[in-house]
Write a protein that binds this ligand. Structure first.
Ligand code: GTP
Ligand code: MG
Length: 207
């Protein structure tokens, strides 16, 4: 698989700003600072998304459109939107991560449902491999599950773990979220090929 083009398309705060075409969309959801933007850059192999050590800076949905060659089991190019959702776990004052995630991404998910693009949507739920049992991630997972979309769990920053921590934390993730987690690292590139295969599969099913 080869990324032929990666373009920032738009930032949207509400439903009106969301692109409406039949390119499949895959959202990246996760806690602030989990590494959503870094993963996007690693997938695009360019510094397209802004990353930051200060979490919760942006409250917008950022749309990136990728043109990819190969990977669908057939020749030719295909396109996909990767949507960088605002991170949760940032709000002060006891608001649950589910409520927070709902507030920032409801327009995206619910508009999606109502539109003809329903089948095109899937979510990559990113969790920090170092913190496999955070309540905020579990709340968010519950909310995402309620949407009834295809979900995949992705364990970020896996490069920061020792071999034994890695085994232990991936096991905890699997029991906590009742699904396996794909270990990735934007820093080392680990898991990128596998993640691309997942994205290609999701995009193909959506077409
Ligand atoms: P928000 O936009 O605030 O929600 O954060 P985000 O989820 O987009 O996180 P971002 O990609 O900005 O990364 C946050 C911090 O984690 C940055 O300092 C990154 O350099 C670091 N980081 C991200 N991915 C990795 C990784 O795979 N390995 C390591 N070691 N650090 C990472
Ligand atoms: Mg970000």
């Amino acid at each position: 698989m080869k990324v032929l083009a990666a373009d920032f398309v738009t930032s949207a705060a509400r439903a009106e700003g969301i692109p409406r075409d039949d390119v499949p969309r895959i959202a990246l959801a996760g806690r602030s600072n989990v590494g959503k933007s870094s993963l996007l850059n690693a997938l695009c192999r360019s510094k397209i998304a802004r990353t930051s050590a200060a979490p919760g800076k942006t409250r917008l949905l950022n749309f990136y459109r990728l043109t990819v060659e190969g990977g669908l089991g057939q020749a030719g190019t295909w396109r996909v939107y990767l949507v960088d959702l605002p991170g949760y776990g940032y709000a002060r004052g006891g608001e649950s991560a589910a409520a927070e995630l709902a507030a920032v991404s409801e327009a995206y998910f619910y508009d999606d449902r109502a539109s003809r693009l329903t089948r095109a949507s899937a979510v990559l739920h990113l969790v920090d491999a170092r913190h496999p049992d955070m309540v905020s991630d579990q709340e968010a997972a519950g909310w995402l599950a309620g949407l009834g979309l295809v979900r995949h769990l992705v364990a970020t920053k896996i490069d920061k773990l020792s071999r034994s921590e890695r085994v232990k934390n991936l096991r905890t993730l699997e029991t906590t979220f009742a699904m396996p987690a794909l270990p990735v690292s934007a820093a080392s590139g680990e898991g990128m090929d596998e993640l691309w295969r997942t994205i290609a599969r999701l995009a193909r099913t959506a077409q």
